[in-house]
Design a protein around this ligand. Structure first.
Ligand code: NAP
Length: 330
């Protein structure tokens, strides 16, 4: 397997956190590579218009924003490695190793910006209409559903919060939950139950999303799990709020993860993990804010923390392999 040792920092993940970390590091003359994973650009690449990222008064398409972030980092020398999911890491020895399906990267510092993935229902029609009426983020997309009938799927705090938020825009929000009891905390349930714009349908799942990319979502096929009856339900938007999964599986056993799998940072106001030289930022750490702008901000923090650590440890002086040098082992 090819062994790549020419970078001082390996950045795992290419969403706003990873791209911003790459921008700051490359502007500081630190050689870094961004390992993009299987969804280059991260979660923003499955949304359409982004209207809440500062600096774009007319809004910007999610994929375009990520392309610009990447170009900005590349301008200062950051390298990107496309479609290389990380399979294994060794953070227990220094320099650190990050193995993808194609190469073994070795570097003195790593920034983990691997993000989180919204859980999906797993329907082909859901996938086909992502960004065209199917969304996983009310804060991002709610604005586009003014005076529409919206369905939110889920029975947890996220579903209650998303549904309550969406009532600012929608004419009606229907929460569809697969069971009769909700998982959400009492206070969040009550907030939704007391909201006159929110209705509930229990013991029901979404079987199919009906619509087109041109005209968006029109209807949902709902299945009552008690009677097995399938009915058509008019809705112009489907928000799936059944939880997120942080993309942290390769780090288990090395970085401290909480019960849900998010990376736990041991020090306030620092992105350093429990391993000196490994930093973490973005949605792999944050399950509260989960915004592109907060992820980008924490990517900046990780790059600054990383740069200071490299300088403090005098690693920038010692890690001086000529650019392009690669050692091959089989
Ligand atoms: P969650 O608590 O795991 O709830 C997920 C919900 O989605 C459950 O009701 C689950 O149904 C349902 N679900 C899962 N897979 C499904 C599928 N394939 N089809 C249909 N329904 C499915 O996730 P969450 O709501 O995102 O919350 C995650 C954590 O963040 C929780 O600890 C929560 O308290 C916290 N959070 C807090 C706040 C807040 O306090 N403001 C806001 C959001 C989230 P079942 O119940 O049948 O399993």
């Amino acid at each position: 397997m090819e062994r790549v040792t020419e970078y001082q920092v390996i950045i795992i993940g290419s969403g706003p956190a990873g791209c911003t970390a790459a921008l700051y590091l490359s502007r500081a003359n630190i050689q870094c590579i961004v390992l993009e994973g299987m969804q280059p650009g991260g979660q923003l690449t499955i949304t359409t218009d982004v209207e809440n990222y500062p600096g774009f008064p007319e809004g910007i398409l999610g994929p375009k924003l990520m392309e610009l972030m990447r170009l900005q980092a590349e301008r200062f020398g950051a390298k990107f490695s496309a479609l290389e999911p990380v399979e294994r890491v060794n953070f227990l020895e220094h320099p650190f190793e990050v193995q993808t399906d194609q190469r073994m990267y070795v570097a003195p510092a790593v920034i983990v910006a691997s993000g989180a993935s919204a859980k999906q229902l797993g329907l082909p029609s859901e996938q086909a209409l992502q960004g065209f009426g199917v969304s996983y983020c009310a804060t991002c997309d709610g604005f586009f559903f003014k005076q529409k009938n919206i369905v939110v799927v889920g029975g947890g705090d996220s579903a209650m919060e998303e549904a309550t938020f969406l009532t600012k825009f929608a004419s009606k929000v229907t929460i569809i939950h697969r069971r009769e009891e909700m998982r959400a905390s009492k206070i969040m349930q009550e907030r939704a139950l007391n909201n006159s714009k929110i209705e509930f349908i229990f013991n029901t799942t979404v079987d199919e999303v009906i619509g087109t990319k041109e005209n968006g979502v029109k209807q949902l096929k709902l299945r009552n799990l008690k009677t097995n009856e399938v009915t058509d339900f008019d809705a112009q938007g489907l928000f799936v709020a059944i939880g997120h999964t942080p993309n942290t599986q390769p780090f288990a056993g090395q970085l401290i993860l909480d019960q849900a799998g998010y990376i736990t940072l041991p020090h306030a106001h620092s992105t350093v993990t429990n391993i000196q030289g490994v930093f973490a930022c973005g949605d792999a750490v944050d399950h509260i804010y989960r915004q592109a702008v907060t992820a980008a901000g924490s990517g900046c923090q990780a790059a600054l923390d990383c740069e200071r650590w490299l300088t403090h440890e005098r690693i920038t002086e010692r890690w001086d392999l000529p650019k392009g040098e690669e050692e091959r082992v089989d």
